[in-house]
Ligand binder design. Structure first.
Ligand code: TPP
Ligand code: MG
Length: 307
């Protein structure tokens, strides 16, 4: 059933410039390699064992959003964005410092949230990212308030379970009534920890958002499709996108129950190769892997000296 949700429109990628597609892939690789190294570091017991919510699997969608909302190839850029616990990718793909994220996960005072937030509360006000408080869905009402107060186009990301909270539905209603300039994104991995959507509810978030009076769509995590949708929606805010994707690892920590239902990363690579970008893909893959490995390598042994 979920497998039917992985396809975007055929040939859409061809309508984007080579520069955009490669920048997209660079951001995807950055997020992905970062998370793969966090996974290795936790598995090797090299960093403190704090609750860590890896975003592996989300990065194609988030990178696509970062390239189209608001409208920039510029990087880093200040974009107001409110994520929840699984948001390393939302932090990284807008160009916030990977070093500061690493240091936050290590619990160091030089981390992006002063070492006090940890994985679930990634905070980077200088790039517009506001840390989560740990209560699922509160970022939605806070983000709507921010957008109404500031008038700035604001990105609010939630999970498919958080979206069910009563105050989230209320905040969507307020955003629609007051025309808040918010793009709501539901990263729908079909899971609340281990419980599937079909066990939890009989309605869809996109129907809820439509009922409140905003444009809303259910889409796969095909990044070119997402860039296309966001570009069309960003002048019709508030708007809602429910993005179907696969969480590659456990809800928390580095464990894995097996391969994802579909592998978006491999699908993106296949598409880029089809576009004639094979050598560029290899170069970006290698250089990002190297950069992030160095980033972690440098810090793992001398943790104490850096505090
Ligand atoms: C109000 C509230 N209820 C329950 C929890 C416990 N909890 C933390 S994460 C989570 C599941 C979140 O699922 P979803 O929003 O779909 O995000 P995902 O983990 O799938 O990315 C739950 C139930 C919480 N943190 N806050
Ligand atoms: Mg979920």
């Amino acid at each position: 059933m979920r497998l039917a949700k992985f396809k975007g429109p055929k040939d859409l990628a061809k309508t984007f410039s080579k520069e955009v597609s490669l920048e997209l892939f660079r951001r995807i690789c950055l997020c992905r390699n970062f998370e793969l190294n966090v996974k290795r570091a936790i598995s090797g017991k090299k960093i403190p064992r704090i609750f860590t919510y890896l975003s592996l699997g989300q990065e194609s969608a988030t990178s696509a959003i970062s390239l189209s909302f608001p409208d920039t190839m510029t990087w880093p850029s200040f974009v107001p964005r409110f994520g929840q616990h699984r948001c390393h990718d939302l932090y990284l793909c807008y160009g916030a410092s990977p070093e500061k994220l690493r240091d936050e996960l290590l619990g160091l005072p030089i981390g992006c949230a002063g070492g006090m937030g940890g994985s679930a509360s990634i905070h980077s006000p200088e790039t517009g990212m506001f840390g989560h408080d740990g209560h699922m869905g509160t970022q939605v009402k806070i983000g709507v308030g921010y957008a109404l107060g500031s008038g700035l186009k604001t990105l609010i990301v939630m999970g498919d379970a958080s979206a069910e909270e009563g105050y989230v539905l209320g905040a969507l209603g307020e955003a629609a009534s007051k025309k808040a300039p918010t793009l709501f994104v539901c990263m729908d991995n079909n899971l609340s920890i281990l419980t599937e959507v079909k066990v939890r509810r009989s309605w869809t978030m996109s129907d809820e958002a439509k009922a409140k009076g905003m444009p809303a769509y259910d889409v796969p995590d095909d990044p070119w499709f997402i860039m296309d949708c966001v570009t069309k929606l960003k002048d019709k805010l508030p708007a809602f996108l429910n993005i179907h994707y696969c969480r590659e690892l456990w809800h928390e920590g580095p464990g894995c129950d097996g391969p994802p239902e579909w592998n978006r990363y491999e699908l993106v690579k296949t598409q880029l190769i089809f576009l004639g970008l094979k050598s560029e893909v290899e170069m970006i893959e290698n250089s990002t892997a190297h950069y992030i490995e160095n980033l972690w390598e440098d810090v793992l042994s001398p943790i104490k000296e850096r505090v």
